[in-house]
Design a protein around this ligand. Structure first.
Ligand code: ZN
Length: 279
């Protein structure tokens, strides 16, 4: 099933995406509430999807599937080709940072270039949305902890990222975590480790890889994080970006106002945002 958060008639709600239409789930609350109650809701929503109806997707505004995740964690240096282009040593342990809740952005909304910044960069990433979650989840059991997947752009301001030993500020600017366009449930997607993943800027392909090249796969990531903290429904994990980021080009090619950034992953769809200068 494909599940979206959308706004229509001034109300934001959750919907089932079926082809080019979206059907109101009728479930009160946010996507996180829906995920919490998924065991009870799944068969009800499957029946709604079959019944059809709804409105054209083009008639609504898609929002980030999870608008206020309890946690946004992202792993760095997690594709071998990206490690090499970053002139960093391959990490022996997983390198994690957080992105602020307030960096969440809708899948097709503009992405802000904050006043005074000049090193805004893209990072297409597979995003895992936690379902049941839990603590001390073994890698062998981690698939069951995931609710579904979507496309993400771990937008980064490189001067701020590397202006401090901690990357989180450079990763947390407003609008710098676009996600969507919807969640594809884990059972519908199948294996998340064999998906083509690409990023385009103004139609020029900049990143082109496959999630089979993750250094630490999604199951290892969940095992590692859940060693110390409880993963909760709707927490999101940005699982790393492949090579081709603007910071690694010679000369560097950072995003400028007017640039259009499109991120896509096989089976999940695409997100696309225009870069705009902050006023
Ligand atoms: Zn990243």
């Amino acid at each position: 099933m494909k599940l979206a958060t959308y706004t229509a008639d001034g109300q934001t709600r959750t919907g089932i995406v079926a082809g080019d239409r979206i059907i109101d789930t009728g479930v009160a609350g946010t996507m996180i509430d829906l995920i919490r109650n998924w065991d009870a809701l799944k068969s009800v929503l499957e029946a709604k999807a079959v019944a059809g109806g709804g409105v054209p997707l083009s008639a609504v505004k898609l929002e980030a599937p999870i608008q206020r995740p309890g946690k946004i964690f992202a792993i760095g240096l997690n594709y071998a080709d990206h490690v090499a282009e970053s002139n960093m040593a391959a990490p022996e342990r997983q390198v994690w940072f957080t992105k602020a809740q307030t960096s969440v952005n809708a899948p097709y909304d503009p992405i802000t270039i904050a006043t005074g910044t000049t090193a805004n960069d893209y990072e297409v990433e597979l995003v895992a949305v936690i379902g049941a979650g839990g603590k001390h989840i073994a890698a062998a059991d981690a698939a069951a902890a995931v609710f579904g997947y979507c496309v993400g752009n771990d937008v980064t301001e490189r001067m701020w990222q590397h202006g401090s030993p901690q990357w989180s500020l450079g990763k947390s600017f407003d609008t710098h975590a676009p996600m969507g366009p919807w969640i594809v449930t884990a059972d519908e997607l199948g294996d998340p480790h064999k998906l083509g993943i690409r990023c385009f800027v103004n139609g020029e392909k900049r990143q082109d890889s496959n999630t089979s090249h993750l250094v630490f796969n999604v199951w290892q990531q969940i095992e590692h994080l859940s060693t110390g903290m409880t993963l909760e429904p709707g927490d999101v994990l940005f699982t790393g970006t492949p090579s081709g980021v603007g910071a690694a080009m010679d000369p560097r090619r950072f995003l400028q106002a007017g640039d259009v950034v499109r991120c896509e992953i096989d089976g999940l769809g695409h997100i696309e945002g225009s870069m705009v200068a902050e006023h």
